[in-house]
Design a protein around this ligand. Structure first.
Ligand SMILES: [Zn+2]
Length: 336
């Protein structure tokens, strides 16, 4: 199977601010009167991590510049429109795009206005034609010390927009600095409001973070790769039917593993944990979903059987309606 020809791909874990197409960044800068004065190569360097990136904390600095451009409704609508258009061209049939509304309020937008703007971008591409990409929005709460009120608003906005564009909430940010269990009350509130939950865990911290996320009601775990080093944690994930959103290149960037051959995906699969393949940040990590699949296929000799299995897990774990899940699965079955 040639991955470049697949039109049934699914990406459940990608961040809007880390995945802006280069042309979008250039156009937004121009519209906002910012002179970049750099070649495309230099701009790419500014937006992507270097080969020698040290850890997640250094990785997160690459979001600073794109975020400055994403502070108006017009800019946000364009970002979502351009990203979904690009994904559709890459054979993605379904994706869930995530962002933290509280990071887009620097020029006075409310979190609700931020969400409305991204939704406008979503509805300008998703579902426009019968063969169009399907998409959902995941709202990220942020790890931090003084943003409790903003996180609470994010959860409340997720409840308000749930089922109309928004499909879940997440917890993102510096995992090693702000432990997952500090957010137990916030996610108890999300549970009370019946919002599906995914949490970044087991990326920059260990299995205790994954266990905390499970205890807090996460249906999926962002990354969770460190579970592979602990049989009990893998058992826990299986018991709770939790799907992992693996992002291999991103994990290479943040030094979870030193080289791709070390990536413990086989251990997870052998233990029966449901795993999916995702990009995390297409621009920051300079990747795309096709590349992620190709990388794993080349490294671990995965063929149609494994690729189909990853896609099935993704369809099954997607935060969408039963009708769309059936559509996604039908296209996967037809393709393979
Ligand atoms: Zn992520």
């Amino acid at each position: 199977m040639n991955i470049q020809n697949l039109n049934c791909l699914i990406d459940l874990h990608l961040h809007l601010d880390g995945s802006l197409p280069l042309h979008t960044v250039k156009e937004l800068a121009e519209q906002q009167g910012i002179t970049l004065q750099m070649t495309d190569g230099e701009l790419k360097k500014k937006l992507s991590v270097p080969a020698g990136c040290r850890d997640l904390n250094e990785y997160l600095t690459k979001f600073e510049f794109p975020l400055t451009l994403m502070q108006t409704p017009e800019a946000l609508e364009k970002c979502m429109h351009d990203l979904l258009t690009e994904l559709e061209g890459q054979g993605v049939q379904y994706c869930e795009v995530r962002f933290a509304p509280q990071l887009h309020t620097q020029k006075g937008m409310s979190q609700n206005e931020v969400i409305e703007a991204v939704k406008a971008g979503l509805y300008s591409v998703a579902g426009v034609k019968p063969e169009s990409i399907h998409a959902g929005i995941i709202l990220c709460c942020m790890r931090g010390s003084d943003n409790g009120q903003q996180n609470k608003i994010t959860v409340e906005e997720a409840a308000r927009h749930l089922g109309s564009g928004v499909c879940a909430v997440d917890l993102a940010g510096a995992e090693a600095l702000y432990p997952t269990e500090q957010y137990a009350d916030l996610f108890a509130y999300a549970k009370q409001l019946r919002i599906p939950v995914t949490i970044h865990a087991g990326e920059a911290a260990g299995t205790e973070s994954i266990r905390a996320a499970v205890a807090m009601g996460a249906a999926r775990i962002g990354h969770g790769i460190r579970a592979a080093y602990d049989a009990e944690t893998m058992e826990l994930l299986k018991e709770h039917h939790i799907t992992l959103e693996l992002c291999p290149t991103s994990n290479l960037n943040t030094k979870v593993v030193d080289f791709i051959g070390q990536y413990p995906i086989r251990q997870l699969m052998d233990a029966g944990v449901a795993v999916t393949i995702n990009t995390d940040n297409m621009t920051v990590s300079d990747t795309c979903i096709q590349h992620e699949y190709q990388l794993l296929a080349d490294t671990f000799a995965f063929g149609d059987t494994q690729i189909k299995e990853f896609l099935y897990h993704a369809a099954e774990a997607s935060f969408t309606t039963e009708d769309i899940k059936q559509l996604l699965k039908a296209r996967i079955t037809y393709t393979f």
